[in-house]
Write a protein that binds this ligand. Structure first.
Ligand SMILES: [Zn+2]
Ligand SMILES: [Zn+2]
Length: 214
């Protein structure tokens, strides 16, 4: 069974997740830790729970989701999994974050591609990948069929959906990703978004005003 811990990191209160199972192997999803104290909190959590980090996964390449990539990949010697279309975000992350007054280490660029149908394993668990463009070109969600959880990045939030006005964003594409892919996983899936609290697909279908379509 997959356990999940959320951290709210950096000025954008980005949700960084740690997922692990009974083997104690764990993966990080979107490590956005920026300050020294945030990095320390993450390390302490891993150590206190005797976790063994094996992979770093990104839902997309926006800077609030990758600020901690260099630290996490370096600290535990991990490969980074990301969709090829969002790799350019990693390449220009330092330059881009500087414009907002942040200073980050260069995220590793030798990444492993994930796309629709990819599987990412840790311990005895498997995360499946769906390509969900719209917020960015290479946005993906990671989900577990056994545990009925989906990590949606900035595609779907509790009560809202991702913005599509940033470069690479496309409203039609996002709605397709939501309606044809994410929401079809099933009402009983718990959604862990890139910002804000967890929710369920059933709850979003019933209440999310951005998902109403006639
Ligand atoms: Zn984003
Ligand atoms: Zn974000």
């Amino acid at each position: 069974m997959i356990h999940i811990k959320a951290f709210y990191f950096n000025d954008l209160r980005e949700c960084s997740y740690v997922l692990w199972d009974e083997t104690k192997e764990c993966v990080f999803i979107d490590p956005g830790c920026y300050s020294e104290s945030e990095k320390e909190r993450l390390v302490k959590f891993v150590e206190a729970n005797s976790l063994k980090p094996v992979k770093l996964l990104n839902t997309h390449g926006h800077f609030d989701h990758i600020m901690g990539n260099a630290f996490v990949a370096g600290k535990w010697n991990l490969e980074t999994y990301i969709h090829a279309s969002d790799k350019p975000h990693l390449a220009r992350a330092q330059q881009y974050t500087e414009m907002f007054g942040y200073k980050i280490e260069q995220p590793p660029l030798n990444t492993v591609d994930v796309t629709d149908g990819s599987e990412v394993k840790f311990g005895i668990s498997t995360l499946k990948v769906i390509h969900t463009p719209g917020h960015t070109k290479g946005g993906v969600c990671y989900y577990s069929e056994d545990d009925k959880i989906v990590i949606t990045g900035d595609s779907l939030f509790s009560g809202s959906i991702g913005r599509t006005d940033l470069p690479g964003g496309d409203y039609e594409e996002l709605m397709e990703s939501l309606l044809d892919k994410i929401l079809k996983l099933g009402d009983d899936y718990t959604v862990y978004p890139g910002h804000g609290p967890a929710t369920t697909i059933g709850h979003e279908l019933a209440t999310n005003p951005f998902l109403r379509y006639e």
